[in-house]
Design a protein around this ligand. Structure first.
Ligand SMILES: [Zn+2]
Length: 452
């Protein structure tokens, strides 16, 4: 057969069948504040940012199938995202672009070197009023910027060839070390991890124009006062340098109990670059193939699971803690007593946004909110393995309200199980039903997106 015939044959094989075609649209924008603002994550900070290593970005990958069903993924080099911002962006996108709520997912990298946008800062961080004002202004600007960016990506929708592969890299490690004093926040080489690096390649006009990749690990190599995307920022920059026509988007996985090692200290920046390089290398290796095709039709589903929390401690105990030594326990007790006075009752439920996105038979994406621990991704990949050829689980979606422990982590206790709640607005630790409630809700979403 002539080379011409081989060309025609290859083309025929790569063209998706009717109803399976996808369009993709991409956009990115710098979201680094104009000046120094308070930084996220570490509550012990005493001053705003002092310069930047590189810019922080918001990036959007939008997909549309032949029937016009759309899903829009927004990734952010931010430490957190809350319900107020996500719902405001979603409502505006619905009005302006007729994008249904279930078609929008926000995901944050959880870098600790970005503006502090988490609502708990007002209660638990010692930032002056003038700093709070700067953050409120930043958030208002960010809201409109994100809506415009979603609009740009939707306008950019064009026929695309999408494919999927998985790599891996091993700088993430479990950070829950069992000791005689319980679980402490320290590297546990024997603990569970998910070191897979899921990758979506988006080709348009014969060029790689989008690279969506994930990893389940805290972006906390750095603990300093400069704007930086940490390892995820370096990995995205490296990929965009190697693929100059592409936008690279980092999707945070279920890395709630995973840290990058080595980390912190005077060599922190060097370690962050090194981890970024390892991750970019893993992505490149996956991109080199073989990759599996990702086709339509698209199906999207979204719900908010109400998760039960433990009962409030007796008011007498809260009053004693509120008068007790200065610290997180005192602040939490005062916060809860204020809430009780204001509202007369405290709702002991945590709203937990959840997503399921299906690309034909090829890929099922599960999105979970909160600082999702790794058990969720391991279990979701197992539970839903027979539902699509590949399952990708993202954590840190829509609302990073608190650590979202699995039943095991909750039972073991420690920071991600119980102690982290001390500096969150979530009133009390989760009830033992947490994992089953999340999976029951996810099961319903996966059913809702099942092929008919
Ligand atoms: Zn965290």
């Amino acid at each position: 057969m002539s080379r011409w015939w081989w060309g025609v044959l290859a083309l025929a094989v790569s063209v998706p069948a009717a109803g399976q075609e996808l369009k993709a649209g991409l956009a990115k924008a710098v979201i680094t504040p104009d000046g120094p603002v308070w930084l996220s994550g570490y509550s012990g900070r005493t001053k705003p940012a002092e310069g930047k290593v590189h810019d922080l970005f918001a990036k959007v990958a939008a997909f549309e199938d032949a029937a016009g069903v759309r899903v829009v993924l927004v990734t952010l080099d931010l430490g957190s995202v809350g319900e107020a911002l996500t719902e405001a962006v979603a409502a505006k996108c619905q009005r302006r672009f007729q994008l249904p709520r279930e078609g929008l997912i926000l995901n944050v990298s959880h870098t600790h070197c970005a503006p502090e946008v988490a609502a708990e800062r007002r209660v638990f961080h010692a930032l002056p009023d003038a700093e709070e004002e700067k953050l409120v202004k930043y958030l208002a600007g960010l809201e409109d910027q994100l809506v415009d960016l979603v609009g740009s990506a939707l306008k950019d929708l064009r026929p695309a060839k999408v494919s999927y592969g998985v790599g891996s890299t091993d700088f993430a490690s479990n950070r829950r070390l069992p000791t005689e004093k319980g679980y402490v926040n320290s590297q546990n080489p024997d603990g569970v991890t998910d070191r897979s690096v899921p990758v979506l390649r988006i080709e348009r006009d014969g060029k790689v124009q989008g690279i969506v990749f994930g990893y389940a690990c805290h972006n906390t190599t750095l603990a300093f006062q400069q704007y930086c995307g940490d390892y995820a920022g370096f990995a995205q920059a490296e990929l965009e340098a190697k693929y100059p026509d592409a936008i690279a988007l980092f999707v945070m996985g279920c890395g709630g109990d995973q840290n990058p090692y080595p980390r912190h200290g005077p060599r922190g920046l060097e370690f962050a670059r090194q981890h970024g390089k390892s991750l970019a290398d893993a992505v490149e290796k996956a991109l080199a193939g073989p990759l599996a095709p990702v086709r339509g039709p698209l199906k999207v589903a979204y719900s908010v699971a109400p998760l039960d929390l433990e009962p409030l401690p007796p008011v007498e105990r809260l009053k004693a803690e509120a008068e007790g030594p200065a610290g997180l326990a005192q602040r939490k007790a005062r916060y809860l007593l204020d809430e009780l006075e204001r509202k007369k009752t405290i709702d002991l439920k945590q709203r937990c946004p959840l997503h399921a996105v299906r690309f034909g038979d090829d890929l099922l994406i599960i999105g979970v909110s909160g600082e999702t621990v790794v058990d969720y991704s391991l279990r979701a990949k197992k539970d839903f393995a027979d539902r699509a050829k590949a399952v990708w689980v993202a954590g840190y979606c829509d609302d990073v309200f608190a650590y979202l422990p699995s039943r095991r982590v909750l039972k073991e206790g420690g920071y991600e199980g119980r102690e982290g709640i001390l500096h969150q607005l979530t009133p009390t630790p989760f009830a033992p039903s947490v994992e089953e409630k999340v999976f029951a809700a996810l099961g319903r979403l996966v059913e809702a997106v099942a092929p008919r």
